[in-house]
Write a protein of this length. Sequence first.
Length: 143
Amino acid sequence: MRHVPYRGAAPMQTAVLGREIDVSFDTTSAVPLIKSGNLNALAISAAERWPDLPDVPTVAEQGYPGYDVSFWVGAFLPPKTPVNIVDTFSKAFKAVAEDPKMQTLLSQQGRIMTLTSDQFAEKIKTETERNATIVKDAKIEIE
């Protein structure tokens, strides 16, 4: 496969629909096109199936155990921010993430995890190490 960059999901989806490209990795924005039958979903890249597409297997279920490539969003503060400020932001973000209306909106984006600051730092560390190993083992170089 060859990487073809697009300026967002809509132009990429248009390229797939117009048969300019054969396959793409997409976000939940493709769900309506999948449900309408205009796109075929081959796999979910996250560790678990999406509630909106319960019949689409994960990559791991198709023979690649441990495969979990998920989109995530986090909030960052400058280094050495006082702990009380970090805690204040953490509590505020947690309250927003746990709001029932926000849960409904977030659930449309796939699996939702609300992590503490320490858990989030560990996730970043683990993913960075995993991806560094993949890049090294595959001998990927920046051109």
